[in-house]
Ligand binder design. Sequence first.
Ligand code: SAM
Length: 234
Amino acid sequence: MEFNLLRQEISQELKDFGAKKIKQHKIYVPRATQKTLRSLAKVLEEIRQHGLPKYLVLKKLKKGLGYGIFLHPEAKPILKGDVIAPYSGEVSLSPQNQSNSSDYIFSLLIDLHLTRKEQHFWDPKRCYHPRRLYSIDLDACKKGNFTRFINHSEKPNIEAKFLRIPKNSFGLLPAPFEVFYIAKKTIRPGEQLLVCYEGAEDKSYWGALNIKPFPMTPKTFQINSSLEIVEVLI
Ligand SMILES: C[S@@+](CC[C@H](N)C(=O)[O-])C[C@H]1O[C@@H](n2cnc3c(N)ncnc32)[C@H](O)[C@@H]1O
């Protein structure tokens, strides 16, 4: 697997700009706990060594769903709160709703107002408009890690958390904001890893694609000991 980008790819300018907007807009970004940092350091080492961690399996599903990620049938369960991985990719700033429509985009910060000076710096080709809104998005289309293959469910076993990485003793680069996939409940061997692509107030993902997502839970498709996908009818 060639998708082995460890963390989000973001310029120092954009990191500083995002941190400034978080402060200005009074957005609460929780600080990652020591437990999260330890779990993150462990996962990053797996990705560094193997790309796809040894305890996960990438398999193509039927029904036009593309690939999906499963917990290996012989792996230990993943426990609630364990870090699955950072949702990594290329981070950029662009006018809201005008960014390219990749299936792998995650909006990190939305509804950002830019001053004249900021628009001139970040968006020099457009004329200044005080009411134009911008967003900072992460796109895993060209670069990312295995999390880009995690499919959607209304009943997921993973949640996306927006966290700040403080200075730490785990050798992790601090970040004022970053998205992490974290286990929402115990994930059992053979189950598919699934996350909900939409938040309570943000119903934009499927609406923009104009399709209805296939309803599946972590148990709908599972892999057996021969690493074949089986559909489990419940
Ligand atoms: C982030 S990608 C997930 C990985 C994707 N299956 C692949 O092979 O690259 C998101 C895309 O996967 C497909 N997908 C994920 N979950 C789905 C679901 N529940 N129903 C239908 N399509 C889904 C859609 O095409 C969606 O735009």
